[in-house]
Design a protein. Structure first.
Length: 255
């Protein structure tokens, strides 16, 4: 047990250090690809791009392993590879922990990352063989979130160019995995609530704060995709509507 904890902690620390060290080479790679468009950005925007590009790349590489672990849980109703499950949780959380220290983030994203950081600590100690423990569902929460890695790629690159293709692909990946995630979490919280009321409510509060951030992002993706589907005449009409609205704001007297 102690050996497993030491190995899991060492892996988590390695993920955090590796993520931190990846910022500089990722920045150089993006600089080489986008040139002046990247170099003209503010340092905090560059960090934001690197953060999401690193996360998207790491989650993409981990996708086969993630699917394997999730399928074991879904098919066999238990974690058959506990060490691998912990490793996935630590890999996912490392990027969010580093981002909290390095990158200025919106408030809802800060809350999301703090919840992930808290869960990453629980992930090191929890007994995954006790599947009745509501907190063992963290890995489903994490694993299903990892499958929409393309959203992180979109988030990073939108600071340089708004890719409606990436936004659309992200939405296609995001909505079904989030729906499955919400359904899974609600079902298991409802089952655990009678026997673990305090623990279940604490877990539900953290999960809901994460899902709230997800909902904010999905609304943004929908807005981008809807904008891309407008015809030139509709876009012109929308622009005129915004102009009239702004004009109205100026002329209407205020107290």
């Amino acid at each position: 047990m102690l050996m497993d904890l030491c190995l899991s902690t060492a892996w988590y620390a390695t993920c955090i250090v590796a993520t931190h060290l990846a910022y500089e080479p990722m920045g150089s790679l993006i600089q080489r690809w986008y040139g002046q468009r990247y170099s003209e950005l503010r340092p905090k925007d560059k960090d934001y791009i690197c953060k999401n590009s690193i996360k998207g790349g790491m989650l993409a590489l981990a996708t086969p392993m993630t699917i394997f672990v999730l399928m074991q849980r879904i098919i066999h109703s238990q974690w058959q590879h506990i060490g691998l499950a912990r490793a996935i949780g630590s890999l996912y959380a490392a990027n969010d922990v580093v981002a909290l220290a390095k990158v200025p983030l919106p408030r809802n994203t800060q809350i999301h990352h703090c919840c992930v950081a808290l869960m990453s600590i629980v992930n090191l100690f929890i007994d995954y063989t006790n599947k009745s423990n509501i907190w063992t569902n963290m890995i489903m929460l994490c694993g299903l979130s990892m499958l929409s890695y393309i959203v992180n790629m979109y988030l990073g690159l939108r600071k340089i160019e708004e890719s409606r293709v990436l936004a659309g692909a992200g939405l296609i990946a995001y909505v079904p995995t989030l729906a499955l995630n919400v359904g899974w979490q609600i079902t298991h919280v409802a089952k655990a609530l009678p026997s673990q009321p305090v623990s279940s409510l604490a877990y539900l509060a953290i999960v809901c704060s994460i899902f709230w951030d997800d909902s904010v992002l999905i609304r943004h993706l929908l807005k981008v995709v809807r904008t891309s589907m407008r015809t030139p005449s509709e876009e012109k009409k929308q622009s005129q509507t915004r102009g009239h609205s702004q004009h109205s704001v100026v002329v209407v007297p205020t107290e």
